[in-house]
Design a binder for this molecule. Structure first.
Ligand code: KG4
Ligand code: ZN
Length: 343
C-alpha cells in the first residue's frame, strides 16, 4: 500500500490546529507537522472562552495555519491521502469552521474525509510519542471541558466511559481557582508554577466523591473550588495576606490525589496494566509526578504525552485519523454535521 499522509484539523475550542502525520504500513504513526494558532489571548480578559470570538479567530487562522503545517512538513496539499476533522464535542460555531474547511479540502483534493471525536484524539496523540497503545488501556482524560476515566479497547473504535465529573471539569476548577487567587487565565500553568513554591499540606482541602457511598470512578471538583474560595474570603475578612503559593499547592494536591487514586483503582479493578493521561491538565507537573509514584507502586505503566501534545492541537486529530484509516473504517459522508454534544 505504501505510507499514507493524513491531515488532521482541530477547531473545537480556542485552538486552530492543523497536523500532518505519516501512517506507515506496520501501523505506526509518525508526526510530521503540528501547527497551532491560539485565540487564548483574546479570551483572557473575559476569564473564559467566548464562543463568537473563537469562531471568528478560527476563520482567520484556518488557511494560514494549514499553510504553516505543510511548510513545516515540506509537503504539498496534493500529498494528502485522507483528512480527519474534529466533529465534536465542542463549541458549535467553532466546530463548523473546521468541518467546513475539511470538507472543502477533501472535495478539492478528492480524498476521503473522516469526522472524528476530539476526546479520542486526546488519547490517540500519545501514539505519536510512545508508539501503539496496548489493548486495552485506561485513559484519564483531563481538560478544560472534560474529566473522564475511559477504558480504551481500541482508540479508533471502542472506548467505554467508566466515570466522569458530576460537575466541573478539572481544568475548569484550575481556571476558577486561579481567578480567586488573582492569577491569569488559563489558570493551570500559573497555579502549577505558584504551587512549586508552596506547601501542599498547608491547607486540608476536601477530596470530592471519595466517600464510601460515592460512585467509584466519578469525580467532583465544584466543592473543592468553593472550599478554596471560602478559605480565601475568610483570610481576606481577617485582613490576612493570602498565601497564594500554599493555597495553589494545597488545591493542586487535592486534584492530583483524587485523579490518580481513582485512575489506579479503575485500572486495578479492570486488570489493566497501562494508564494514559491526556488533555490540557495532563501538563500539570504534580499530576504526572504523583501518578508516576503511584503507578510505580502498583506496577502499572504510565504514559503521559509531552505538554505540547496534551493541549488541543491538530496532530492529535491526524493521529486519530491515521488509526481510523488503518482500521479500514468507512469515510464520513460529505454532508455529515458537526456535533457539539458528541458523546
Ligand atoms: O485540553 P485543553 O487544551 O482544552 C480543552 O479541550 O479544554 O485543556 C485546557 C485546560 C485549561 O483549563 C488549563 O487551565 C488546563 O488545561 N491546563 C493545566 C495546565 N496547563 C493547562 N492545568 C493544570 N496544570 C497545568 N500545567
Ligand atoms: Zn481538548
Amino acid at each position: 500500500m505504501g505510507a499514507r499522509i493524513i491531515m488532521g484539523i482541530e477547531s473545537s475550542c480556542d485552538e486552530t490546529g492543523v497536523g500532518l502525520v505519516r501512517l506507515h504500513d506496520d501501523g505506526t504513526v509518525e508526526l510530521l507537522a503540528d501547527a497551532v494558532a491560539s485565540s487564548v489571548d483574546q479570551h483572557a480578559r473575559f476569564g473564559g472562552v467566548v464562543p463568537e470570538v473563537a469562531s471568528r479567530a478560527h476563520l482567520e487562522a484556518m488557511v494560514p495555519t494549514t499553510e504553516r503545517a505543510f511548510a513545516d512538513a515540506g509537503l504539498r496539499m496534493s500529498d494528502v491521502d485522507a483528512i480527519a476533522v474534529t466533529a465534536g464535542p465542542g463549541l458549535a460555531g467553532a466546530l463548523l469552521v473546521g468541518v467546513a474547511a475539511a470538507k472543502a479540502y477533501s472535495a478539492a483534493l478528492d480524498v476521503p474525509l473522516y469526522g472524528v471525536n476530539h476526546l479520542a484524539g486526546h488519547i490517540a496523540v500519545d501514539t505519536l510519542q510512545h508508539g501503539p497503545l496496548p489493548k486495552p488501556c485506561l485513559a484519564l482524560l483531563v481538560s478544560g471541558g472534560h474529566t473522564q476515566l475511559l477504558r480504551v479497547d481500541d482508540v479508533a473504535s471502542t472506548i467505554v466511559e467508566l466515570g466522569s465529573t458530576v460537575d466541573d471539569a478539572a481544568g475548569e476548577a484550575y481556571d476558577k481557582v486561579a481567578r480567586v487567587l488573582g492569577l491569569p487565565y488559563p489558570g493551570g500553568p500559573p497555579i502549577d508554577k505558584a504551587a512549586k513554591a508552596g506547601n501542599p499540606a498547608a491547607i486540608a482541602f476536601p477530596r470530592g466523591m471519595t466517600g464510601p457511598r460515592d460512585a467509584k470512578y466519578d469525580f467532583s471538583f465544584s466543592g473543592l473550588k468553593t472550599a478554596v474560595a471560602r478559605w480565601v474570603e475568610g483570610a481576606e475578612r481577617r485582613g490576612e495576606e493570602i498565601p497564594v503559593d500554599d493555597v495553589a499547592a494545597s488545591f493542586q494536591e487535592a486534584v492530583a490525589d483524587v485523579l490518580t487514586a481513582k485512575a489506579i483503582r479503575a485500572a486495578k479493578d479492570a486488570g489493566i496494566g497501562t494508564i494514559v493521561i491526556s488533555g490540557g491538565v495532563a501538563a500539570n507537573s504534580r499530576l504526572s509526578s504523583l501518578a508516576q509514584e503511584r503507578c510505580d507502586k502498583a506496577g502499572i505503566e504510565l504514559r503521559v504525552p509531552r505538554p505540547r501534545l496534551c493541549t488541543d492541537n491538530g496532530a492529535m486529530i491526524a493521529a486519530l485519523g491515521a488509526h481510523v484509516v488503518a482500521a479500514g473504517a468507512k469515510p464520513s459522508s460529505w454532508d455529515f454535521a458537526a456535533n457539539p454534544a458528541l458523546p
